[in-house]
Ligand binder design. Structure first.
Ligand code: NDP
Length: 504
């Protein structure tokens, strides 16, 4: 789809001029986009509100058909979209294909499971309302605002968009100012694939101010994905209008490598988890805690594998440039801080323009920024620990808690460690796998945020529970009436004594 067509799909009322998105590898302009001001954002949300009623009224089966048409459209044009992701975000084409594949899979799951998860369900009315039927259903919120980051510009926002749409909401999406063309492509694809309810998914573009305007535009919920620092600002803005929020914030995920782990597999996973997408992955592995029994072998294996990686923008490059130039400064600061604190660079450590060499750091004190804060670059710190328990203690000792990984030869031990890891998701003997299982909820704890996308929890996240009771037969005595006989309360107390009184 040519960019001119994508631009046709964004609202005409633009407010404050335009901005460019550029290719991080070449600096070439990828697209020019309107800066939507508060009025333009409000108008878009109002159009979405009208569409939301029509979209909700379609019901689960009709929405499922349209979501299928959308994913079909995406699946038929994967290479075209992947090219755009490569140009605007910098990641290799093959990684963009993987990202789009995940998004398509989530769209399929959300569409297929919405009715079962959210549709009316009878529940036991219990003793006190035995003469009533009781049911619960999960109703859409109306319009959901989605604010997304640039690192996975298809997969990450789709974690909210697909589930919000499947639950019967309309969506207004504000992509990162670094990846608006990808956002515009996704919105234009919706209009093409679902023309009869085109306004159910719309786009607004701009910087943080446009995002703040979306928070204030009267949406039913604001789904934010980005850094914890921006998340705090978004929450504060949403608090002005008591708009509920979903916070998918950053991570500093740890891998624990136990005594009996498959060291080669763990090293392979750590390198992929830490370096793919130039380390710009919220659930990327940034810290490894390897037990003394495996530490030397693990470091050697990681270092050997890292030697094969090469950042670049050509077809053979293993990962691309930093999408956002300022992220290189954060990585440089963490490297400097680690070195100053006594950390050793086993390999890498250089930052040349937007390209950062794959970097392995050893002996970095836990208090260093490279261990405490999200680095978001192709770096790994590897620490030697006495045993997996020490690894877990250290893994859990920071404020972020998004995902994580455990490598162990014992299933029982690995599951026990995974359960006790302070994070929303943990993969055993692999990395990042939980993100590719649509039935699993995705989200963090602590500074990594709250609320869940994906899975049944992700569908419910974009709804409100509605409880309904219906009297089936009238009882001779109605306890909730001023007309009840005086002896009714005594009779009730006797029944309660029989049913519950034996418990001590
Ligand atoms: P930012 O926090 O910088 O920005 C996220 C989004 O918020 C962008 O669209 C940004 O717009 C917008 N924004 C900025 N300021 C405001 C504001 N005051 N009010 C409303 N919106 C605002 O994150 P990045 O884009 O740099 O993305 C990287 C971060 O995202 C990392 O921390 C990463 O871990 C996290 N992330 C979390 C995921 C998760 O699921 N938990 C998944 C993927 C990434 P603009 O770009 O135009 O400034």
């Amino acid at each position: 789809m040519p960019l001119s067509e994508e631009l046709d799909s964004v609202p005409a009322t633009t407010g404050r001029g335009t901005f460019e998105s550029t290719d991080p590898a070449t600096g070439a302009v990828v697209g020019v986009f309107p800066v939507h001001d508060a009025d333009a954002v409000r108008e878009t949300v109002e159009r979405a509100r009208v569409a939301a009623e029509r979209w909700a009224a379609l019901g689960f089966a009709e929405r499922r058909l349209r979501l299928a048409a959308y994913r079909g459209y995406l699946a038929r044009r994967m290479h075209e979209l992947a090219d755009l992701v490569h140009r605007e975000n910098g990641k290799p084409h093959a990684d963009a294909i993987l990202e789009i594949t995940l998004a398509v899979d989530h769209l399929a799951w959300a569409g297929a499971h919405a009715r079962k998860t959210l549709g009316p369900r009878r529940v036991n009315p219990g003793l006190l309302a035995a003469n009533h039927a009781a049911s619960v259903e999960y109703q859409p919120l109306g319009v959901v605002g989605v604010i997304g980051p640039w690192n996975y510009p298809v997969f990450t926002p789709m974690g909210s968009i697909a589930y919000a749409l499947a639950a019967g909401n309309a969506v207004v999406f504000k992509p990162s100012e670094y990846t608006p063309a990808v956002g515009a492509w996704l919105a234009a694809a919706w209009r093409a694939a679902v023309p009869d309810v085109a306004d159910a998914f719309q786009l607004v573009t701009g910087s943080g101010e446009t995002g703040a305007a979306l928070c204030r535009a009267g949406v039913g919920k604001l789904a934010f994905t980005g850094s914890a620092a921006t998340g705090r600002e978004v929450m504060a803005t949403c608090a002005e209008t008591l708009t509920p929020v979903l916070m998918e914030c950053g991570g500093k995920d740890a891998m624990i490598v136990d005594d009996d782990a498959d060291v080669v597999a763990a090293a392979d996973a750590a390198v992929w988890g830490g370096m793919s997408n130039a380390g710009q992955t919220c659930i990327g592995i940034e810290r490894v805690y390897a037990t003394s029994a495996v530490y030397d072998r693990f470091v050697a294996e990681v270092t050997r594998r890292v030697a094969d990686l090469r950042p670049g923008s050509d077809d053979a490059a293993t990962y691309g440039p930093m999408t956002m130039a300022s992220q290189s400064d954060v990585v440089r600061r963490h490297l400097d801080d680690a070195r100053a604190a006594g950390g050793r660079v086993a390999t890498g450590g250089t930052v040349e323009g937007g390209y950062i060499a794959p970097t392995v750091l050893l002996d970095v004190p836990e208090s260093s920024a490279a261990v405490q804060e999200e680095t978001f670059g192709p770096t790994l710190t590897i620490a030697r620990v006495a045993d997996a328990e020490e690894g877990l203690r250290r893994a859990n000792a920071i404020s972020l808690g998004l995902g994580g990984s455990v490598f162990s030869g014992s299933t029982a031990r690995a599951v026990d460690l995974a359960r006790r890891m302070r994070s929303g998701m943990t993969s055993i003997n692999s990395v990042l796998t939980f993100a590719s299982v649509p039935a699993l909820p995705f989200g963090g704890v602590g500074d990594s945020g709250f609320g869940r996308v994906h899975g049944a929890d992700g569908l419910r996240e974009f709804t409100r529970a509605k409880a309904i009771t219906r009297q089936r037969v009238a009882l001779p005595v109605n306890l909730m009436s001023f007309g009840r006989p005086p002896a009714a309360a005594d009779a009730l107390a006797r029944v309660m004594g029989v049913v519950h009184g034996r418990h001590r």
